[in-house]
Write a protein that binds this ligand. Structure first.
Ligand code: HEC
Length: 126
């Protein structure tokens, strides 16, 4: 990854953590409407390779699958929370989401920049 791509991915990751934290806070307050709103908002954040098109050739397909899984679980949680999801089911739902985070973190590291990749790669993937 180019340095700016790495910065972008890590910034998005920190945003993911903030989003999870806010969702947990809403769960702790038993505020299901806010939880549904936050989960829906987070699920709808565009994928990183759409926000930064140069990442299209860099993010491997299994990474994209895991990303889709996390977004999907967040969307499902939002819908369930809108329909009065019983509080007892919340931890399991939330764990399904964090399982996606953990699984990807156990699989991928952002490696050193590929020396074969031209520095103007971003312009090659407009
Ligand atoms: C599809 C892959 C993937 C998913 C899903 C994923 N991450 Fe990450 N995340 C990464 C990678 C890769 C790194 C960088 C790891 C490295 O190179 O050390 C990272 C790093 C991070 C970091 C460190 C940011 C920094 O500034 O150093 C945080 C925090 C984080 N992820 C939170 C989350 C949370 C919370 C979730 C789930 C809601 C999540 N991530 C889901 C791939 C993923």
């Amino acid at each position: 990854m180019l340095p700016e791509e790495r910065e972008f991915v890590l910034w998005r990751m920190r945003e993911n953590l903030v989003a999870m934290h806010k969702i947990l806070e809403a769960a702790a307050r038993d505020d299901m409407r806010e939880l549904a709103r936050l989960a829906d908002e987070t699920a709808k954040v565009p994928f990183i390779n759409i926000q930064m098109p140069s990442l299209r050739g860099v993010i491997p397909p299994p990474w994209r699958q895991l990303g889709k899984l996390v977004h999907g679980e967040l969307g499902d949680l939002a819908k369930a929370a809108e329909r009065d999801l019983p509080k007892s089911e919340l931890p399991e739902r939330l764990a399904k989401i964090t399982a996606g985070c953990v699984s990807c973190h156990n699989t991928y590291r952002i490696g050193p920049e590929d020396p074969e990749r031209p520095a103007d790669a971003r312009r090659r993937f407009p």
